[in-house]
Design a protein around this ligand. Sequence first.
Ligand SMILES: Cc1cc2nc3c(=O)[nH]c(=O)nc-3n(C[C@H](O)[C@H](O)[C@H](O)COP(=O)(O)OP(=O)(O)OC[C@H]3O[C@@H](n4cnc5c(N)ncnc54)[C@H](O)[C@@H]3O)c2cc1C
Length: 399
Amino acid sequence: MKTDVCIAGAGLVGLATAYQILKNQPNTSLVVLEKEAQVAAHQSGNNSGVIHSGIYYTPNSKKAINCIRGYQYLIDFCNQHQIAYDICGKIIVASNVNEEHLLQKIYQRGLANGLNNLDILDQEAMKKIEPYVTGVSAIRVPQAGIADYKFLAAKLVEQITNWGGQVLCNAPVKAIASQGQTQIIETANQRIESSLFINCAGLYADRLIQLAGHEPGFQILPFRGEYYELKKEKQHLVNHLIYPVPNPNFPFLGVHFTRMIHGGIESGPNAVLAFRREGYKKRDIHLGELWETIRFSGFRKLARQHWRTEVGELHRSFSKRAYVKALKKLIPSITAADVKRGGAGVRAMACRPDGSLVDDYLFIEKKGQIHVGNAPSPAATSCLSIGETIAQMAIKQLT
Ligand SMILES: Cc1cc2nc3c(=O)[nH]c(=O)nc-3n(C[C@H](O)[C@H](O)[C@H](O)COP(=O)(O)OP(=O)(O)OC[C@H]3O[C@@H](n4cnc5c(N)ncnc54)[C@H](O)[C@@H]3O)c2cc1C
């Protein structure tokens, strides 16, 4: 097969990239290769379903820019294609006075990122909208919402194929080689000659960079996020999305309560190191991948810095009582009987050899290749904007 563009990975980033390339250059021949039997099988289909507002991110970072822009693109796309979404709003709760200065910082970031209509609520105002939540104050973020990201992925496939692109499942990329102006990409059954190769492989992004003959400068560490579901009779306890103030030294938002787009309420996700890159269950182990993590100096340095928090996360992963204790910080009346175990997702976190995590999105451009090295949350919200950014890079290389 000969194409202008070959994309590895049919998560939201790969699909949105294909969509934006075809939208801007309709005559491009394009194929998306996905190793699984269906699209959005990993991060994009196992996330919290939240439409993030952009409140948390460093102003002018790629995360902030793409989240704010991607938010509007997402809403427009959902309206255009009848994808379910709900701008139900969210509150971020300071549980005690010590957290209030962090809450203020988040509020200031939100303002710096151009968010309007944010409110700081005192305890009384917070109780009016979330009567069962405890805390000293909160930020109300009216822009936050929830969306059906799996359906978004399906609609992107529909658009891509309507415009003449191809999305091939069961097609894992196994080899990438540059030959002059051509990239040769091989799967088990196909050999593709393409002018441009784009790597959107999520949890395996670093592997594909290596496969293409480059040194990534980071390694992907898989962090599983486990969810619990609130039983039906307790769903009245939650009206919006309810988040704690995140630990500023930890790259995750803390367990929170989320409404789900097709009904029900989830709590989570926690963040525990997975023993394989696609390890959705505690006992999922891949010895080779686990060894690769353990012997990576970046992981050992990261573990040394955060071992206390990680031990706590691990404890909460194995003990429902400990998990519920974390939830009680937001809603004290919740008991272990009110929740049942739900699903899980695995986050791809890019870690440098010095133990620092790559916080921002990372796009690496080489001749004939573009690699999305890091696209963590809020990359579902931001996907159409990330796709547009990569599409602009791609079109430049093709012309
Ligand atoms: C638990 C969790 C909760 C989250 N919550 C939110 C949220 O509420 N809101 C939000 O905006 N973001 C959220 N995120 C982040 C968001 O889901 C991800 O950032 C986003 O989905 C990344 O998309 P992606 O396409 O880069 O990766 P993925 O969706 O993981 O897609 C990568 C694809 O590449 C494929 N692939 C890998 N290797 C190969 C290969 N060799 N050949 C072919 N294909 C390959 C994989 O099978 C996969 O389908 C969450 C993530 C997780 C894990």
